[in-house]
Design a protein around this ligand. Structure first.
Ligand code: URA
Length: 195
């Protein structure tokens, strides 16, 4: 990782901009080359990412890796990050269950996302899921209607909103799973062509 990104990640380690740091193991900052043309923005780290300190290394990350390969993209060429950098969860027994970050948490963490984007200066930003799209747009993006179409984010940068890889995992049946996965791959392929 480039020195400026590493410095930014080091300062994020002490972030107290919202309360999510209290229950998380560590901050999970974005990773990838500073000259990446494509940035992927997820929602927030999951249980495994929280432990590893790296984005998209758990089950959703495995779907993402498959979809990237199917779209002809190399993860090492991309900058991969999240709208929110701490794992928000509640305990159910011994299990840490994912909780969706609220608007205040997304807005607080946008400060870090803005700085990542200012350093990387990507040609294209892909929002994986509604939370990332809301962070980048400042309002709700209807993924069913707008997903997969090129759009301009609030800061004017081009991009695409598509499904979060965990939507593939949560799909109700095989047909829905295939549809969601295919839409994710198609959006990544389109982003590759735009970058
Ligand atoms: N889900 C996300 O949105 N980001 C991760 O890093 C992992 C799972």
């Amino acid at each position: 990782m480039d020195r400026d990104l590493a410095g930014l990640a080091a300062s994020a380690a002490d972030c107290r901009r919202c309360d999510l740091y209290r229950d998380a193991t560590q901050v999970v900052f974005g990773e990838g080359p500073v000259d990446a043309r494509l940035v992927l923005v997820g929602e927030q780290p999951g249980d495994q990412e929280d432990k590893a300190g790296r984005p998209f290394v758990g089950p959703a990350g495995r779907i993402l890796d498959d979809a990237l390969a199917a779209a002809g993209l190399q993860r090492d060429d991309l900058f991969v990050t999240n709208a929110v950098k701490h794992f928000k969860h509640e305990m159910r027994g011994k299990r840490r269950m994912h909780q969706r970050p609220n608007q205040g948490e997304v807005e607080a963490c946008r400060w870090w996302l803005d700085r990542e984007l200012a350093l990387v200066q990507p040609a294209v930003i892909v929002a994986l899921g509604a939370t990332a799209a809301r962070s980048l747009m400042g309002l709700t993006v209807a993924l069913v209607r707008e997903g997969g179409k090129p759009l301009a984010w609030a800061d004017g940068r081009p991009g695409i909103a598509t499904y979060h890889p965990s939507a593939v995992l949560r799909a109700r049946d095989d047909a829905a799973r295939a549809r969601t996965y295919d839409a994710l791959v198609a959006a990544l392929r389109q982003a590759r062509d735009m970058a």
